[in-house]
Design a protein around this ligand. Structure first.
Ligand code: A2P
Length: 337
């Protein structure tokens, strides 16, 4: 009989946490037990899912004594506090925050791209930034075929990336607008409904945001290609849960649009959606709750030699977070067999 795991979700009441619960159950992850953990604010709260009632528990170091795998999606501070405690107690952590991603001894895994890197983990495995994971569904097959040198990206990031409170804020603002009421905001520095905000995460001294540098640093680590150069502008848009990214990339080898389409269509995490004559291109509305990320608008870039321009859309809560984390858990389980 194959092994069954005692699994915990840290941040289970959040936007990603809820998707983790859904995906672990719907993908039949081999679980002996599943515990939902959050902050003390949610302790005792009941969550119903697939005919079962779960009672949310407060996260404490002792919780991890009786867990084999804990998937964290509670933000950087709880990860920094609890992930090392869990690892010390023999529980393997799959961490969705940015806290450990760039640590040299922490594998940063996208299962379609670098599954081999998981083998030397020391009980903490990092899940990448959402726009990086989604962009890699196009960048990885193209890199393998043509050799990626550098790329520009502009992101169109859904409010789900900020969490449940931001999703409610967008809904409220749309309601307030429809009712002719004054529009209020708390989560974002400005109204997000009917607006775009070129500000995701905190600004750094060089004028980029922290989120923008994740694309550079995490792509290099996951593709094992430290020479890659990138400049990204991250933008929050009033979309509920799927991110889109416009990419202009330059490659070592001559490119062909036909071959680019072939390698993207053959890549497990990507779906080719590229037929402009019939107005077919990936849009966030149609990539919610889809496992694959859509890639389209593929064309020769007018600026770069050996360049391609393209557009990717994928579910931030799935490939950008919960699905990738569950795929990492599945990869771990497959290695135990
Ligand atoms: P809680 O509901 O108790 O605040 P989102 O990103 O959608 O806002 O969700 C964040 C998740 O992280 C929630 O489940 C939240 O739980 C959880 N969380 C926040 N702070 C902590 C903490 N200190 N320990 C454990 N979980 C936390």
């Amino acid at each position: 009989m194959s092994k069954k795991y005692r699994v915990g979700i840290v941040g289970a009441t959040g936007a990603v946490g809820q998707e983790l619960l859904d995906l672990l159950v719907s993908r039949n992850f081999p679980m002996e037990s599943l515990r939902l953990l959050a902050s003390s604010r949610s302790a005792g709260k009941k969550i119903q899912h697939a005919g079962k009632t779960y009672v949310v528990e407060e996260t404490t170091p002792e919780c991890f004594d009786t867990l084999d795998i804990a998937i964290f999606s509670a933000g950087g501070t709880p990860s920094k506090v609890f992930a090392p405690e869990a690892a010390k107690r023999g529980c393997v952590v799959i961490d969705n925050s940015s806290a450990f991603r760039m640590e040299p001894d922490v594998p940063l895994i996208v299962p379609e791209v670098n599954p081999h890197a998981i083998k030397n983990h020391k009980n903490i495995i990092a899940n990448p930034n959402c726009t990086t994971a989604i962009s890699l569904m196009a960048l990885c097959p193209l890199h393998r075929e043509f050799g990626l040198k550098r790329f520009f990206a502009a992101t169109y990031q859904a409010v789900s990336g900020t969490g449940v409170a931001a999703m409610r804020e967008l809904e409220n603002q749309v309601r307030q607008y429809a009712n002719g009421e004054p529009i209020t905001h708390e989560v974002y520095p400005y109204q997000i409904a009917f607006n775009v905000i070129p500000h995701v995460d905190v600004f750094l001294e060089n004028g980029y945001t922290k989120e923008e540098l994740k694309m550079l640093n995490e792509s290099r680590k996951i593709l094992e290609a430290p020479h890659i150069m990138n400049s990204t502008t991250c933008v929050r848009v009033p979309v509920m849960r799927a991110h889109s990214v416009a990419i202009n990339a330059e490659f070592e080898k001559p490119v062909s649009v036909e071959r680019a389409r072939e390698v993207i269509a053959a890549f497990p995490g990507a779906e080719l959606c590229d037929d402009v004559e019939n107005k077919k291109y990936p849009m966030p509305l149609f990539y919610q709750r889809k496992q694959k990320c859509g890639v389209g608008r593929i064309r020769k870039d007018l600026v770069f030699d050996n360049g391609l321009s393209f557009w990717v859309a994928g579910d931030q809560l799935w490939k950008g977070a919960a699905l990738n984390a569950v795929q990492i858990a599945e990869l771990l389980a497959s290695q135990d067999k």
